[in-house]
Write a protein that binds this ligand. Structure first.
Ligand SMILES: Nc1nc2c(ncn2[C@@H]2O[C@H](COP(=O)(O)OP(=O)(O)OP(=O)(O)O)[C@@H](O)[C@H]2O)c(=O)[nH]1
Ligand SMILES: [Mg+2]
Length: 235
């Protein structure tokens, strides 16, 4: 069973190189696609420096979920390995730990949870304090396709994947990944803009959960199409 890695990246020039080195230096991944979403730093240039990476450069910013959907539409394989462009310390062991349960058909989606220490892990995994929004996760294409386009937008995508995967009867699993880390918004954009972006992210996730669990509008909202984006595909 072959695997495509899809990396959504918006202005990740500091970390994208390390992520791509990890993804391209393992035989576990057969294809790597980066979708840069109107980045105006050196993200696209760095990605294009990797021979084994297909770089899709969207001309305008459409948000993370849209970029992931573009990546999936261009993916050649059935197993999808999503990884954020701002992660660091991704190793082959991490990749194997996430991929293998899906490839062995033990689950349909495996979500990578960064190790936060025993107490925080317990709260996060067992007491379900807040939605699991991790951007490093593996799934079959059919799982991604359970999410209607209106719920793929921006930061809704991860929470939507959890909900629709479960609703469709697919099997989910969470795997604790030790040593993995990522850059938070406040470090990337500065405190003020970072907090503003975080508020937007939490708002989107909250509205999605409210919509799904209170209004359940997804039952009657017609399946809208994703907007069409112009992009350059560098191969
Ligand atoms: N393609 C695309 N990717 C995005 C966009 N916004 C964020 N991303 C990517 O999505 C990943 C996660 O984004 P972050 O903003 O760091 O969100 P997070 O990691 O969930 O939250 P933090 O705790 O703030 O780090 C990174 O790889 C970003 O580059 C966007 O508008 N378009
Ligand atoms: Mg981050």
């Amino acid at each position: 069973m072959r695997t495509t890695a899809v990396v959504a990246a918006y202005n990740e020039e500091k970390t994208i190189g390390d992520v791509l080195r990890a993804l391209t230096s393992t035989d576990l991944i057969d294809e790597v696609i980066v979708v840069s979403d109107g980045s105006d730093d050196r993200t696209v240039e760095i990605c294009r420096g990797f021979e084994r990476v297909r770089t899709i450069a969207l001309r305008e910013n459409h948000g993370k979920g849209f970029a992931m959907a573009v990546g999936v539409a261009n993916a050649s394989h059935d197993v999808l390995f999503f990884c954020d462009g701002d992660m660091y310390n991704v190793t082959e062991e991490h990749i194997a730990a996430l991929l293998e349960p899906v490839v062995r058909n033990e689950c349909d989606m495996n979500i990578g949870i960064r190790d936060r220490g025993a107490v925080a892990n317990f709260f996060h995994l067992h007491l379900k304090c807040g939605p699991v929004l991790s951007g490093i996760r593996v799934m079959r294409r059919s799982v991604f396709e359970t999410v209607p386009p209106q719920y793929q937008a921006h930061y809704k995508i991860e929470a939507a994947l959890n909900c629709f995967c479960a609703a469709a009867g697919f099997r989910q699993r969470q795997t604790i990944i030790r040593g993995l880390d990522h850059v938070i918004k406040e470090s990337k954009r500065g405190l003020r803009d970072g907090l503003y972006a975080r508020w937007h992210m939490m708002r989107q996730v909250f509205l999605l959960l409210f919509d799904l669990y209170v209004f359940e509008t997804w039952r009657w909202t017609p399946r809208s199409e994703l907007p069409v984006a112009e992009y350059d595909l560098f191969e």
